[in-house]
Design a protein around this ligand. Structure first.
Ligand code: CU
Length: 139
């Protein structure tokens, strides 16, 4: 029973982070599009350089730095730490963007997370019923 509970807890809290979505920020006309992007903890973001000049994705507080992203190139990173990140291009001071990483636990709708919870509860209760039947505890 304790083992099952541990599996359920790990599945609920680790699985959503492991299944992070992918987002794309386009660099075009010396602008990040979208300029502000909100993602969920564990998601990945890929910056794609559609310009004919080199850009960077450089966090203003030093949390990350892409290095040079050549024309047509791209750079990606997975974000696991919650927060608001202001970033800029080292070559174009007016080229700025914001990335907001929100906690994985605040998904407000019955989407994948809710369905996974329902499935796990169903499995857990089925296992419990089967165990009781085997033990002869069910009248
Ligand atoms: Cu640039």
């Amino acid at each position: 029973m304790k083992k099952l509970l541990a599996i359920v807890i790990v599945a609920l809290f680790v699985a959503p982070m492991a299944m992070g979505a992918n987002h794309v920020v386009n660099m075009t006309g010396n602008t990040y599009v979208p300029g502000t992007l909100t993602v969920t903890q564990g998601d990945s973001v890929t910056w794609t350089n559609s310009d004919a000049v080199t850009h960077t994705v450089t966090d203003t507080s030093g949390a990350f730095n892409s290095g040079n992203i050549l024309a047509g190139g791209s750079w990606g990173k997975r974000f696991t730490v919650i927060g608001q990140y202001g970033y800029k291009c080292n070559f174009h001071p007016a080229m700025v963007g914001t990335l907001i990483v929100t906690p994985v636990y605040t998904i407000p709708s019955m989407t994948t997370y809710g369905l996974a919870l329902l499935a796990l509860l169903l499995i857990a209760s089925t296992v419990l019923v089967l165990r009781r039947k085997r033990a002869g505890a069910v009248a």
